[in-house]
Design a protein around this ligand. Structure first.
Ligand SMILES: [Zn+2]
Length: 462
């Protein structure tokens, strides 16, 4: 046994030295070949979306997804597989929803209650609608001017590869209801935060301030928002709204698995994506794709042969959609261990391809250089700005963990994001293979980098 262990250690020391000298671009091309051959990332998305489907935290699908996650990691040979508890006092669910434009006729409009929206009064209600072309216009409305009325916030979402248009528009979901409530509104409808022209409304989390009781809020599909806007151009219009929702305490789990390092370092390279999804679709692009990318990337590293210096830890985060519940729980549970987390990557922006890499400036310059030159072989450009931090990495990043930003092409992402249309057919098998290879390359380079990465040891701590 002792001889075997010694031999293994010697082999891995030799291997580490050998890998450190490897051409980063050749590593990237090797991962690209592995990803294209196996198609594992796509197969994982197929498995999760077919066997589980929608999986909002608190729904039966979420529990099935946790079991799926553990089983999948086991099947793929991961080590140290475990679930870590995430408790939510008020997990929200939709029961039913109906909206009608009330004029000379009654026209059905497609609506989705937004997350955490309360129900309307029993059997629904009818009220006059006031349109606001922007949040600023609503903000400018006088107190009391919306008493007994429904505010319609009609802002469009701009298409952008990096999702900038979403960032601009999504504030309507968080600030719309409190602003309308402060002016006396009884409910809010918004134009969906989405770039498509189909009738599926986009779900998403809403929020309310402390000053007013929550009022119901729903999103109309883009064409139905157009219809309501046109009706209002012709004169006053009313909406009938009947939204049924409920809340209950729920427990979910972050699912964790590892590709152990060679034992020469206790440092961790984290790959994360979220396991939960909104309830309307099957959560293919959001975020089965991220699960597929990160799990397949770690698996590709395991398959490449000798163990990397550092442990690769994959975290399937719980409850991202309802307020990064799993990410907050992870940061809390692993507080003492965070200094050992030397690099973290997240995939939560569809299937890709990856088009830009931006390492945290606190990482050693040599590692940043090898990341850029390796990923150039996969047609990934070098970012100059600060590394992007995805939602689930926010809490550990705040705790000092450096990130490697790998930007996924989100040009079409907000066509289907949080809708019934978020299904497997939207995932491009070629794009997700490139993304998997890019994540594998970045994680490999971080996990095998010869210099110490732990903060305080490199002299470049952030
Ligand atoms: Zn997501």
């Amino acid at each position: 046994m002792r001889i075997l262990v010694t031999a293994a250690c010697a082999a891995s020391l030799f291997a580490s030295a050998a890998f450190a000298a490897e051409d980063p671009a050749a590593v990237a091309r090797d991962f690209q070949a592995r990803a294209s051959n196996g198609g594992l990332a796509f197969e994982i998305v197929r498995s999760l979306t077919t066997e589980v489907g929608g999986r909002l935290l608190g729904s039966p699908g979420d529990g099935v997804a946790v079991e799926w996650g553990e089983r999948k990691l086991k099947e793929l040979g991961f080590a140290n597989i475990r679930r870590e508890e995430v408790r939510v006092p008020n997990a929200w669910r939709r029961i039913s929803e109906r909206a009608e434009l009330v004029g000379v006729t009654r026209q059905n409009l497609r609506i989705a209650a937004l997350g955490d929206s309360p129900s309307t009064p029993e059997k629904g209600f009818e009220a006059e609608v006031v349109r606001f072309p922007s949040l600023a216009a609503l903000e400018a409305a006088a107190p009391g001017s919306l008493t007994g009325k429904i505010a319609f916030i009609d802002t469009h979402t701009r298409r952008a590869r990096d999702g900038a248009g979403y960032g601009e528009a999504v504030v309507v979901r968080s600030r719309g209801a409190p602003l309308a409530a402060a002016r006396g509104a009884v409910a809010v409808v918004i134009r969906s935060i989405g770039t498509d022209s189909h009738r599926f409304p986009h779900a998403g989390l809403a929020s309310w301030g402390q000053d007013h009781p929550p009022i119901p809020i729903g999103a109309l599909g883009n064409p139905d928002a157009d219809q309501l806007a046109r009706a209002l151009e012709r004169g006053p219009a009313k909406l009938f709204l009947d939204l049924r929702t409920a809340v209950a305490p729920a427990t979910s789990y972050n699912v964790v698995g590892e590709i152990p390092g060679d034992g020469s370092s206790d440092e961790i390279v984290l790959l994360g994506a979220h396991l939960d999804s909104w309830d309307l679709g099957t959560g293919a692009i959001d975020d089965a794709a991220g699960i597929g990318i990160t799990v397949s990337a770690a698996k590709a590293i395991a398959e490449r042969g000798a163990k990397p210096k550092r442990t690769i830890r994959v975290v399937m985060f719980a409850g991202e959609e309802i307020g990064i519940k799993g990410a907050l729980a992870y940061a809390e549970a692993h507080k003492a261990e965070l200094p050992k987390h030397v690099a973290a990557m997240e995939a939560d922006f569809g299937a890709g391809p990856v088009y830009r890499v931006t390492p945290d400036p606190s990482l050693p310059a040599a590692l940043q250089t090898s990341l850029r030159s390796a990923l150039a072989a996969l047609k990934v450009e070098a970012g100059s700005a600060k590394a992007e931090v995805g939602p689930d990495l926010g809490p550990i990043h705040a705790g000092g963990v450096p990130t490697i930003g790998l930007a996924l092409d989100g040009t079409d992402y907000f066509d289907v994001h949080h809708t019934e249309d978020d299904t497997l057919d939207k995932v491009d098998a070629v794009a997700i293979a490139q993304s998997s290879a890019a994540y594998a390359t970045a994680a490999w380079l971080a996990a095998t980098h010869p210099e110490p990465l732990k903060r305080g040891t490199s002299g470049e701590s952030n």
